[in-house]
Ligand binder design. Structure first.
Ligand code: GAP
Length: 455
């Protein structure tokens, strides 16, 4: 693994992948803007996920629910009462920290704060003289809990304002639409609902680039099944989530399952898939057996019967839910980390190359005329291929420098238009990974590339 966080941040900024949010105003902590290359990569990641878990599933359906939901949703889900982080302030420099993060960092991951009460965490921090990451002193306030939901208000007059929340997860949109989807698609249990969308959490983060941000996208899939079949589907989604990562090109040595040490009171089983990020092994996605908790709570709070009626037996029951949840931005960081490579070439130069799966790469092909006077033919090829996939065109600088620029953003193929092209209608196609070049008729380019970029 050759990526460090600094190298990734610099490459992303320099190559139009990800910029610091509101940069000209000095930034805004933990917000990031995706640039022209980054938005393509992230869209491709989302497309690959949707294809795998919605399109290719014969019994899963997609939705796009509203970010703002009735506040009762968050009462039913438990977020208004218990979605909080244990935070403490450094009495010396007044910075605020998560107690669990302080313990994890101090013990280098050997102590798991998830299993500790607030009192136990405070005692650990005191007894082990855990220090403030900002000023190095060890003098903290007692733990206080802060709700992580961003509040806003809705109302016509100042007096009549109601508190509403930016959703902290997309999952609730899937639960509240369970009956709508089931009835309109005539789906039979077991079936799934998938969704990709923004979520917001007022988190304190140690600033690990896009690993943990206050605004992020989630890709969540809820599988509604009958009690008794839930363990089988839990194992199924554990494997499906793992296989998806392998198919995106992840090295299995950089992935591991991690069962949760402490289960939520309603959960029957829960595990993460962790990835070896530049910051160390950390959660990439979660798979949870949420039992019938969510639908039962929404039944209770909304007064609507959320039972499913089996069309054959007439049996009525509230289905169990197996949730698979992954952050699109967190997966983006893992994809960037996994793709980053540095190679020393024969001439002693270092080549930085992003070895993305071609389906994920922003541009599938770069069209490069060897000289500017070959531009007309090259633009013709660009226009033709751009109807099928994202292409880029570059005629500035030496061909070697142009190849390097494409390597740094992970373009899998470079098509070079040279002096023979005008005579025989062929071009060279350079492979990003092997740097080998083959000669090919122009009219075969589209099918050659289409075949290589499939996911
Ligand atoms: N509905 C379940 C749920 O939201 P979670 O473990 O809190 O579970 C699921 O979040 C996934 O969302 C995580 O595994 C991670 O990939 C991503 N995620 C959560 N919080 C995030 C944050 N602050 N920034 C970026 N991604 C985040």
């Amino acid at each position: 693994m050759k990526a460090t966080m600094d190298k990734l941040v610099n490459l992303c900024k320099g190559r139009g992948i990800i910029f610091p949010g509101s940069e000209i105003y000095g930034g805004m902590g933990n917000t990031w803007d995706y640039g022209p290359i980054g938005v393509e990569i992230k869209n491709n990641i989302k497309r690959a996920w949707w294809k795998r878990f919605v399109q290719e599933s014969d019994n899963s359906y997609g939705i796009d629910a509203a970010i703002l939901m009735n506040s009762r949703v968050w009462e039913a889900s438990g977020h208004t009462t218990s979605f909080s982080d244990p935070k403490m302030d450094c009495k010396f420099c007044k910075t605020r920290h998560r107690a669990d993060n302080l313990i994890e960092a101090h013990s280098k991951g050997k102590v798991n704060p998830d299993t500790m009460t607030n009192e136990e965490m405070e005692a650990y921090i005191r007894e082990h003289h855990v220090t403030c990451p900002k000023c190095g002193k060890s003098d903290f306030t007692p733990i206080r809990t802060f709700n992580l939901m961003f509040e806003t208000s809705r109302g016509v007059t100042e007096e009549g304002q109601n508190t509403i929340y930016l959703r902290p997860e997309t999952a609730q949109g899937e639960f509240v639409n369970f009956l709508n989807v089931q009835r309109t698609t005539r789906a039979k249990v077991p079936f799934g609902i998938g969704q990709i969308g923004k979520a917001f959490r007022n988190e304190i983060t140690p600033g690990n680039f896009i690993f943990r941000t206050i605004e992020f996208e989630q890709m969540e899939h809820q599988w509604f099944c009958k009690k008794g079949t839930d363990s089988e589907y839990y194992n199924y989604f554990k494997k499906a989530a793992w296989d998806f990562l392998l198919d995106l090109g992840f090295d299995p040595e950089h992935l591991r399952y991690k069962d949760h040490d402490k289960l939520a009171h309603y959960a029957k089983a829960a595990c993460d898939i962790q990835y070896l990020f530049p910051i160390g092994w950390s959660e990439l996605n979660g798979i949870h057996n949420r039992t019938d908790y969510d639908l039962s709570r929404h039944s209770e709070f909304s007064g609507k019967n959320m039972e499913y009626t089996d069309p054959v037996t007439g049996e009525k029951y509230i289905p169990y839910v197996i949730e698979y949840s992954i952050g699109a931005d967190r997966l983006m960081l893992a994809v960037l980390t996994e793709a980053y490579d540095e190679e020393t070439l024969d001439n002693g130069e270092t080549r930085v190359v992003m070895r993305f799966h071609p389906a994920v790469a922003a541009y599938k092909v770069a069209i490069l005329p060897l000289q500017k006077n070959l531009g007309e033919k090259a633009r013709e090829i660009y226009k033709k291929l751009a109807k099928s996939f994202m292409c880029t065109y570059d005629e500035a600088g030496s061909i070697g420098k142009r190849y390097r620029r494409q390597d740094e953003i992970g373009t899998p193929f470079c098509v070079t238009v040279d002096f023979d092209t005008a005579n025989d209608n062929t071009v060279t196609v350079r492979d990003r990974d092997t740097m080998e070049q083959i000669r090919m008729p122009i009219d075969q380019l589209e099918s050659y590339i289409t075949d290589k970029i499939k996911f």
